[in-house]
Write a protein that binds this ligand. Sequence first.
Ligand code: 5AD
Ligand code: FES
Length: 376
Amino acid sequence: MKADADSMTWKTGEHTGVSEHMLLTVEQGKRLIDRLEQKHGLPMAEMTALIDANCPKLRDYVRLKAREIGDRIYGKNIYIRGLIEFTNYCKNDCYYCGIRCSNTKAERYRLSREDIMACCREGKKLGFRTFVLQGGEDPYYTDDCIVDLIHQIRTAFPDCAITLSIGERERESYERFWEAGADRYLLRHETAAESHYQKLHPENLSLKHRKRCLWNLKEIGYQTGCGFMVGSPGQTSEHLAEDFTFIRELQPEMVGIGPFIPHSDTPFAEETQGSMELTLYLLSLLRIQQPDLLLPATTALATIHPRGRELGIEAGANVVMPNLSPVGVRDKYALYDGKVCTGEEAAECRNCLERRMESVGYHIAVGRGDHRNIDF
Ligand code: 5AD
Ligand code: FES
């Protein structure tokens, strides 16, 4: 990529000894951000340079722009989704994740259908109109099981959106869930770079299959969410630029990002936590690249900073996903160490979030909070 090389300086092989790094001044960074806003994407090398240029001045610049764009589309509304973590059994062995199958220290649990329905009832009372059923990849919940569960929720709560987040399944399974009444599906791609994917996952998992699942979900008609961790081991700014390129291609309705946080009983126990500043910067860049995105201020962000969620909103996020799982199992769904809100009842989190959002000038919107597909 040599575009716009007029005033940009190039350095060769600075960090990796292989790739070229473009060093930007703040003014050049701002121009790239303006171009990202106009074109809704940047070529790889420019995006990489922009990510590398993360600094307080550019963070201010992107934050204000991202918030202006978000407010134009969604106003001061923050959408809430009630998260029901219904199983922490998982057949996968992702190196970063605390509920990986090799972690024998994880105390496993499964919620029954009655438990799940009770969470939904409680959520409905508290004003939730979206339920997110999230779990590890647990074969105990067969397709038939999930279909039954969706039917039951659909019948009992016809005005609520049902979101699934249960990992990779066959296209036919996704089709059955869709026909049963599921509306949305969250499946983070984790990283769009093949080599990096392999660093984070054992051999039996592939980025190709992950991406195929996401394309299938989109084609079937789900409002689809992908996403990635910020600062996962081995991640470079090129990898992040690839994430932005993939997101530009997929055009998901939602993108979930949060800092990587080590879990002490995983192979990544000694790795460094992802940075909050970079997470906030990327949240803003996502809002600018794809203005109508549903963008959560994640629990991981809240875990690494006491005002993480508020800062996430100020950076351009417009969704929060408090936990509706029974308090008794909360701390067992431990993907990473130190997860916040494991001791609070759903009602406490609901009220706490309301106050937190109001402290930065936003309010919790009731309603399903569907993706707003606008022309821009
Ligand atoms: N730190 C931060 N996020 C994590 N996830 C899994 N493990 C960790 C961790 N150690 C994220 C993954 C997954 C989502 C449910 O949680 O991106 O898709
Ligand atoms: Fe859970 Fe504040 S959001 S206690």
